[in-house]
Design a protein around this ligand. Structure first.
Ligand SMILES: N[C@@H](CCC(=O)N[C@@H](CS)C(=O)NCC(=O)O)C(=O)O
Length: 224
């Protein structure tokens, strides 16, 4: 039975979730075949079960793993070769740091910029839920946040400086091969580009080249 990944979907089957993209790249890096099951926001609770339900969820036979980082660790423990974390606890801690920095800094800065665009690209049945939950977090309407996106975008783009800083010296976070840290950053980049709000890496060949190489890995590790 192939691995199955429950994957957030918008209108026209748009797969934009940063966390699901991370899980897909982790699976591809491991060379594992998988199939995806599209899930709208309003369908997540039914498949994730219990607590604060989120996707991705990986199904491996009768085993279910939720949370993208837990999925990467599960894959690493179950299929050690090729490794996707640098050796030892330090490798996982470094990946956690990157995950946290992206969530706390980049996602926080990007959400007001891309929130309305995401909303507009969801299935109509998902839109009220998304609006209510995201406006509560933003403290204002999606439209009000969208109105000053042009002025916020340059500062938000600068938040990718650490990525440029790293890739100027190394093809991947793993040196000559990609690691899960690449997948973590790729997921965020995929999210921002998939909702088609702006070309976040415009005019930056280093970031564009790395992003295209990540995309090729995810595309080649395509679903079973
Ligand atoms: N830390 C979790 C976060 C997953 C997450 O927030 N996923 C979003 C989709 S991008 C979700 O399922 N949200 C459910 C909701 O907003 O109700 C992970 O890395 O998997």
């Amino acid at each position: 039975m192939p691995l199955r990944l429950y994957d957030l979907c918008g209108a026209d089957d748009l797969r934009f979730s940063p966390y699901c993209a991370r899980a897909k790249m982790a699976l591809a890096l491991k060379g594992l075949a998988y199939e995806t099951v599209p899930v709208p926001f309003t369908g997540i609770a039914a498949i994730a079960g219990g607590g604060h339900a989120t996707v991705p969820v990986l199904e491996d036979g009768d085993r279910r793993v939720s949370d993208s980082f837990a999925i990467a660790e599960y894959l690493e423990d179950r299929h050690p070769e090729p490794p996707i974390f640098a050796p030892g606890p330090a490798g996982r801690a470094a990946a956690r740091f990157v995950e946290g920095a992206l969530f706390g800094i980049v996602h926080a800065a990007a959400m007001p910029i891309v929130g309305k665009t995401i909303h507009d690209r969801l299935q109509p049945a998902d839109q009220p839920y998304f609006r209510e939950t995201r406006e509560a977090k933003l403290g204002r309407s999606l439209e009000a946040a969208h109105a000053d996106r042009e002025s916020r975008l340059p500062e938000a783009r600068k938040l990718f400086f650490p990525l440029r800083h790293t890739l100027a010296r190394s093809a991947w976070f793993g040196g000559d091969r990609p690691l899960y840290v690449d997948a973590v950053v790729y997921g965020t980049a995929h999210w921002l580009h998939a909702v088609n709000d702006a070309d976040w890496f415009a005019g930056d060949p280093t970031l564009t080249d790395w992003f295209e190489r990540c995309r090729a890995i995810v595309g080649a590790g395509a679903p079973a």
